[in-house]
Design a protein around this ligand. Structure first.
Ligand code: PLP
Length: 364
């Protein structure tokens, strides 16, 4: 820490991103929920030398062509959409500015681990709402709050989803609170709240191109909601970083969202792989939470989460393990290609068969 840091950041605990290893080519990388399939073909085709030369010019601060393409995809008006440098940036703007009058933000105790960091950096009072049995988010626990509510649906890292009716019950019971639904994984089988935007001016839906659109490296996220709330977010954006989306990402995003067939094809494949993989891992005795995301959250009595993570690593398979003691027995496994998941199952069988599992499990 330098002597120049303002005292209010001295205790800030930054978010820990999943590892992005340098030798990723040699690894089966199932730790940060990236899509195993490449971006839509149009994305690759649109970026040519000319577009690279255009980088000498600023990008469109409104990213209008992209927000229009997003609005078109959802049947919304352009004013109901704002794009950001990843949905992380959009979430940052929300925690910065849309904390409501009370400055309180409610979110599930186990959820996206960036939320408490944003509360910390932006001075919001984060309130963790406990989960029900088997990590279920209980809608009634969010009724009649006095601040903003942020719910990841499907939740991370559990993969469990609320129905649209359950989300609506939370909206109904919080007419004067903003309810943010972080739908980073919604395209893998959960019900989106986007259809409720016309009826609830307190709803803000956040989505990303990082998972279901295979563009994690392009950093494109967006929020959908009531025009007044989107205008507030634009107020923050234009006070912070007007050119928040670069020219190449805008082009890539437009191509990705236009290609509905590719989107349907790739997300369908991932859902199918997830279901087959869940059955296989369950057959090995794992407790696998019912997932509507492109990952599963799983634990076994025969090996601790930490030991399983470390053992897979020896097979060059990278998954995610969280230290939080409530979930320390679990690992989060991203759904990759069928071949990658077969390798993981084969490695798991070997790990369980080698006596190492039991003893390492006790130590881990
Ligand atoms: C991946 C993820 C995001 C961030 O996505 P980016 O658009 O890549 O910034 C937001 N929320 C949740 C719950 C995520 O898992």
């Amino acid at each position: 820490m330098s002597r120049f840091l303002n005292a209010r950041y001295e205790t800030l605990e930054p978010y820990t991103p999943g590892e992005q290893p340098k030798n990723a080519g040699k690894l089966i990388k199932l730790n940060t929920n990236e899509n195993p399939y490449p971006p839509a073909p149009g994305v690759v085709a649109v970026i040519d030398d000319r577009k690279l030369v255009d980088l000498k010019l600023y990008s469109d601060p409104e990213a209008a062509a992209l927000t229009e393409a997003i609005a078109d995809f959802f049947g919304l008006r352009k004013g109901q959409v704002i794009a950001g440098n990843g949905s992380d940036e959009i979430l940052a703007f929300i925690f910065m500015a849309l904390q409501g009058k009370s400055g309180k933000v409610y979110y599930p105790e186990i959820s996206y681990s960036f939320y408490p960091v944003y509360c910390d950096i932006f001075g919001a009072k984060g309130i963790k709402v406990p989960l029900g049995a088997d990590f279920a988010v209980e809608p009634a626990d969010y009724f009649h709050k006095d601040g903003t509510i942020v719910i990841t649906n499907p939740n991370a890292p559990t993969g469990r989803a609320l129905s649209r009716a359950e989300i609506e019950s939370i909206l109904e019971a919080n007419r004067d609170n903003l309810v943010v639904i972080d739908e980073a994984y919604v395209d893998f089988g959960a019900e989106s709240a986007v259809g409720l935007i016309g009826r609830y001016d307190n709803l803000l839906v956040v989505q990303t191109f990082s998972k279901s659109r295979s563009l994690a490296g392009a950093r494109i996220g967006y929020a959908l909601g009531n025009e007044a709330v989107i205008a507030d977010l634009n107020r923050i954006k234009f006070s912070f970083n007007p050119y928040n989306l670069n020219r190449l990402s805008i082009l890539a995003g437009i191509e990705a969202i236009k290609d509905r067939a590719y989107f349907e094809e790739t997300r369908g494949r991932i859902i199918k792989t997830r279901e087959a993989f869940t059955a296989e891992l369950s057959a090995l005795g794992f407790h696998v939470l019912p997932s509507k995301a492109n990952f599963v959250f799983a634990a076994s009595d025969r090996i601790s989460g930490g030991a399983y993570f470390a053992a897979l690593r020896k097979f060059n398979i990278l998954v995610r393990h969280f230290d939080d003691e409530k979930i320390a027995n679990y690992v989060r496994i991203t759904i990759g290609t069928p071949k990658e998941m077969r390798s993981l199952i084969a490695a798991t069988k070997q790990i369980l068969e080698s006596g190492a599992a039991a003893s390492e499990g006790l130590n881990g």
